[in-house]
Write a protein that binds this ligand. Sequence first.
Ligand SMILES: Cc1ncc(COP(=O)(O)O)c(C=O)c1O
Length: 392
Amino acid sequence: MLSDLAPQPADALLALIKLHRDDPRADKIDLGVGVYRTGQGDTPVFSAIKAAEARLVETQDSKAYLGPEGDMGFVRGLMPYIFGADDPTRGGRIDGMQAPGGTGAVRLAVALAKKAGVGRVWMGTPSWPNHAQIYADLDIEMKPFAHATKNGRADMDALRVAVGLAERGDAMLLHGCCHNPTGIDYAPAEWDEIAALVADKGLLPLLDLAYQGLGEGMEADAFGVRRVLDAVPEAIVAYSCDKNFGLYRDRVGAAYVMVDDAALLPAVMSNGYALARANWSMPPDHGAAAVRIVLEDADLTAQWLDELGTMRARMAKVRARLAEAGRIGAIDMAALGSQHGLFSMLPLSGEQIAALRADYGIYMAGSGRINIAGLTTGNIDAFIAALRAVAG
Ligand SMILES: Cc1ncc(COP(=O)(O)O)c(C=O)c1O
């Protein structure tokens, strides 16, 4: 039976990492990988996390099982940041559970939606490729609509049409901030409209917040999630700490559920626990425990927010420098200046992407997605010059 299985394509980005690793050119540029990099090209452990890990090693006296909900100190510690410091449970209507990374949280969110009767998820595309894989794996139908217009704005017309076509009881997945892969986020007024549309139509919002703090700041990046939650009776939020605490491989995330009637929340959460039991039983502890320690300590919290601010400022600087390049052929580089987060998309053809790789050692996803944090003061001019040569 096993030998009848058809081979699956390798993950394109992992294949790109290998190609880049094997390229001997000293001035090669990696814009493919999806992690933050410093101006020196490193992805260091946050010093606030290092300090929390040291404390964890010192004080942890057992590694006995926790439970499918994971570390609830971690889960609750994040809530004021996501839902607002003023009544983060919204009158006891929100609770959460730990999940293995944002991926585990998205998987749990979609599985819970399906269990509640959702058959279709509407989503702006392009999106993080794993969204579609998770829908396919859970056998839930995806209804795509265009996320962005050709001139680099959120495509509100496409979203309005999608909501018009959707049926009550469908779900809609929305990126909370730092849209992956386009970097194109909704403006506050657009969030107001989306919240009203979704609420009027009776759609279940699935809010994916994987980059809080990497856009405009922890508060500003939560705006959309909070606006939608203000408008609807029920929602699920999938959260990742893997970017904003730099914990990628430790797999730190959480899924939150908001219900209309607080009395029904324990029953809803029990369905989340049952899904977790059947998937991973319990989430990995270490990274979440380190985040909890950071959030419990005012000094470590300040240190973490400071480190996050440094990351955000560096990405804003790179974006501003790219925006200065103006127009390069069909590419409006100025648009990159107002986009958010690690990623943006360049409208390049397959040939142009291949030429950038072959002739200039510049590696990016086949979609034209670039990781802004792969650019440094040392390579950004060479990148812009190569773009002019290939696409100008
Ligand atoms: C939009 C989006 N959601 C979720 C995730 C999952 O993040 P994690 O690495 O925590 O699983 C990612 C990661 O790239 C993402 O871009």
